[in-house]
Write a protein that binds this ligand. Sequence first.
Ligand code: ADP
Ligand code: MG
Length: 244
Amino acid sequence: MGKKVIEIKNIRKDFGKRTVLRDVNFDVHEKEVVSIIGSSGSGKSTLLRCINLLEKPTSGQVLIHGKDAMAGDVSLVTLREKVGMVFQQFNLFNNLSVLENCVIGQMKVLKKSREEAEKIAKEFLAKVGMERFIHAKPNQISGGQKQRVAIARALAMQPEVLLFDEPTSALDPEMVGEVLKVMKDLAKSGLTMIVVTHEMDFAHDVSSRVVFMDQGVIVEDDKPENIFGNPKHERTKEFLSRML
Ligand code: ADP
Ligand code: MG
């Protein structure tokens, strides 16, 4: 296995009196694709948001390449640069063109020149099959196309790990495949990915590991063949019997 990119140690997250994550521990190594599965409300999004500190864990540690993000050993800017995120609702800037969506972060955060940023943006837009739409606005393209642009935008920042929070859940069924195809290609290319998903085929076929969460804890963390073929915990079995 490659180097550890992310280490999550004993993360706990409370919202008021409610504990939504407890004793969460896991590592992600270079080139791993980790799928996180579990029922709605089990804490999957909160965990992803804790990894790039969109939510501040109540206690515990988030290490990026061994550096403690909560202790400030890496700045928030650097953290968000290294850890990209793709959201269920795309979060594109609707007033900006497809190209501009993929350029702006590179210029503002990475301080790239416009010329260089456009070159890189076009490269990644081509990779997701959106090079013909660079001048379109988000409201002129489909949901699947928007999500592919959002992926290109995240990639243009050249992150070390990319987090996906249910990237296909807001899509019409006929558009799910094109986004999963892009994600599959990224996985093959060696991108380190953490993917919250209800797409069990993706979790099974593409992931190097599957994490099953229930009620704020990691119940099971194993290879896909074990999670799907030989789940050890009753709660995993019960969840999968509802999903498959
Ligand atoms: P999942 O992504 O698995 O559906 P979430 O991480 O979104 O689960 O939510 C886990 C629990 O935390 C849920 O009960 C949710 O209501 C609660 N929660 C999430 N975000 C907040 C918040 N900002 N304030 C209060 N409760 C929250
Ligand atoms: Mg969620």
